[in-house]
Write a protein that binds this ligand. Structure first.
Ligand code: SAM
Length: 281
């Protein structure tokens, strides 16, 4: 069988500022035979704002992606050009598209990336946190205990961690992250990137967790990785910091939290250090 000339283009679109559309994305969207998208209404509006003609559209979401993939593969096999877009940013990054792309690749058809905006990368590159290694974890799970488990698994990770967090969940998530990862970690709230109220708020996790007020809009939270020290703190260093915290009147979980904030220790380690310091009093 002759190789199909059909192509699946994975096209990034703006995350707020229309000027971030690339010249190539404009051409690919103009020339596409069909557009696979999350929400046909939103993509229709985007095409209109960009001055592009309407194309036939297929909505992809969790419930229909397998069925829609079969239909799209048939069109690719017939030699058509299919563009996959999200409502905003890069498809498949905390957005639909992965099952389609896997199915297209498995069918031996061509997948072409058309790179562009992605909130995680936009936030990371402007954060001032190390970018040489990072870990993207997307949205934290909804339940608090699952969030705690996920954060505990990240305790020793040395790379910058990038989360997508809903604005209403951010305050509570920051408190939990400070408790589990240690309040001394540097962190950045990157809000409304590329839009009118763009803001990058930097501080320690403890400082950001204490920030009062409501956070509105879309948010990426970045947290500096576990400190890999040239020399690990000695048991004496930890014991003396724990004694100082107790002497200042902190008790129990608050003492552990304060010790974690000062030393960068994880929550469990700090708690054990506080217990030993109290027993030795
Ligand atoms: N695929 C998209 C991308 O490439 O960034 C992400 C889609 S995900 C459903 C939406 C989340 O991305 C938001 O909840 C927020 O965490 C983040 N996000 C999207 N646009 C943003 C922006 N302009 N500023 C900050 N965060 C943004």
């Amino acid at each position: 069988m002759a190789e199909s000339s059909g192509r699946l283009f994975v096209v990034a679109v703006p995350i707020g500022n229309l000027e971030d559309i690339t010249l190539r994305a404009l051409r690919v969207l103009r020339e596409a035979d069909v557009i696979a998208c999350e929400d046909t209404r939103r993509t229709g509006q985007l095409l209109e704002l960009l001055g592009l003609p309407r194309r036939p559209m297929f909505a992809l979401h969790d419930h229909n992606e397998d069925r829609q993939s079969e239909r799209l593969i048939a069109r690719l096999e017939a030699g058509e050009k299919v563009a996959l877009v999200s409502d905003a940013g890069t498809p498949t990054i905390s957005d639909p598209g992965f099952p389609l792309i896997r199915a297209v690749a498995e069918a031996g058809l061509t997948v072409v990336p058309v790179p562009g905006p992605c909130a995680a990368i936009a936030a990371l590159c402007a954060s001032g946190l190390p970018t040489d290694r990072f870990r993207f974890v997307g949205f934290p799970p909804g339940k608090r205990e699952a969030q705690r488990g996920m954060l505990e698994a990240l305790q020793g990770a040395p790379e910058t961690v990038v989360f997508y967090v809903g604005p209403h969940d951010l305050a509570e998530f920051l408190v939990l992250a400070a408790e589990v990862l240690g309040g001394a970690r540097p962190a950045v709230i990157a809000r409304e990137l590329t839009k009118m109220y763009e803001e990058l708020r930097r501080g320690t996790l403890a400082e950001l967790a204490e920030t009062p007020g409501v956070i509105r809009g879309e948010v990426v939270l970045l947290v500096g990785g576990a400190v890999v020290r040239d020399e690990a703190p000695t048991a004496d260093d930890i014991a003396s910091a724990a004694r100082a915290v107790l002497a200042e009147g902190f008790t129990g979980a608050r003492a552990a939290k304060e010790l974690a904030r000062r030393t960068g220790l994880g929550r469990d380690e700090a708690y054990r250090a506080v217990l030993s310091a109290r027993e030795a009093e």
